[in-house]
Design a protein around this ligand. Sequence first.
Ligand SMILES: Nc1nc2c(c(=O)[nH]1)N[C@H]1C(S)=C(S)[C@@H](COP(=O)(O)OP(=O)(O)OC[C@H]3O[C@@H](n4cnc5c(N)ncnc54)[C@H](O)[C@@H]3O)O[C@H]1N2
Ligand code: MOO
Ligand SMILES: [Mg+2]
Length: 413
Amino acid sequence: MEFNTAGLISLQEALDKMRAYVPQKTVQDAESLPLATAAGRITAAPVLSPIFVPPFDNSAMDGYALRLDDLHEGAVLPVAGKAFAGAPFHGEWPAGTCIRIMTGAPVPAGADAVIMQEQAEVSDAGVRFTATAQKGQNIRLTGDDIKQGDSVLPAGVRLGAAELPLLASLGVTHVQVWKPLKVAVFSTGDELQPVGTPLQEGQIYDTNRFAVRLMLEQLGCTVLDLGIIRDDPQALRKAFEEANEFADLVISSGGVSVGEADYTKQMLDELGEIGFWKLAMKPGKPFAFGKLKDSWFCGLPGNPVSAALTFYQLVQPFIAQLSGHSAWQFPPRLKAKAVTPLKKSPGRLDFQRGIFSTNAEGQLEVRTTGHQGSHVFSSFSLANCFIVLERERDNVTAGEIVEIEPFNALLRS
Ligand SMILES: Nc1nc2c(c(=O)[nH]1)N[C@H]1C(S)=C(S)[C@@H](COP(=O)(O)OP(=O)(O)OC[C@H]3O[C@@H](n4cnc5c(N)ncnc54)[C@H](O)[C@@H]3O)O[C@H]1N2
Ligand code: MOO
Ligand SMILES: [Mg+2]
């Protein structure tokens, strides 16, 4: 049976509405951190290079630095000195001689080229070259890679293993980054028990808080975990108020649908304002977004697959925007051949969990992880992508081309 989906907003409308709530960041939101503690943070301003890279002309080869004027047929050039990386040559360099030079060593003033030692014959008289040279050959020029004052990283990028070593290579000691977002999280449900507690009749373990907390930590947020809150309006009001007090963003799970113990939407209405509720998306139909007194609010549905999926598809981009992570984007969607049939009824954009791979012909293909119920979390742990099926389409037969969205590091680290 399918629900009546007429009044549901699309995922894109929901994302647009959430984006409209994102404020402009100000200088108070930024801080300066030493490089060693800035991993995972987002740049708040472009980083400019304080130096030229390389900082001086240097040799790309182990060989001999020379003046091209001295390089005539049959010439034998005595060695006038040596230049090492870290120990430049500073002596007299008479005409008609060359300098022994190692890779990375500063090129002595006046040298036109470096000839690699494989193209040199050394005797007591000096060095005879077996190849000619072009002006500038094997010399890495000052500022070849980066000029002093160049912007090497824009604002809005996350600092990781590709970015921080670059800044270290420039001698940058501190970097301007955005302060981490403070996020409060709680699960709601009388049936929920934390891991480590024996289950009584009708009880289950709390999956969602574990999933949400882990993803928040990966996104670089500072997390306040308020635990499991009973399906009781008083207890919920207290949790909402405490969360709002601490956090920029409050995330709950469960109680967001229409059952007699579902109070989330009512709380949001009483304590703040509802931005939207209910999406044409599967899983993840009941999802509440809005504003509390001092924070934003996202109410994830209780079913674990729905909670993880709505976090991934809606909350993750919202957090990226609130965190100033403007370079953030989902991995691009790809076309793949479905090698298993997929069940789908029209009405909601469907994010099924799939496993994609390259077949013997080099084409992408995708298979279902099996049972797609929103309580079946194993469908997530087996998968490496979403199979994205448009809102109004129905079943997919094996052999059809479908769209897939590979998981990013949040789900596949
Ligand atoms: N009459 C209708 N019923 C339901 C509708 C609907 O449109 N009309 N929508 C269904 C859909 S879709 C979803 S998704 C769920 C969402 O329910 P709630 O957000 O109200 O969540 P609960 O009722 O509290 O729980 C649902 C389900 O998930 C389990 N759960 C809850 N929290 C956790 C947790 N932290 N860890 C693991 N499992 C959790 C809970 O035990 C329930 O089984 O509503 C449908 N109903
Ligand atoms: O959206 Mo519910 O999340 O389909 O199970
Ligand atoms: Mg419910």
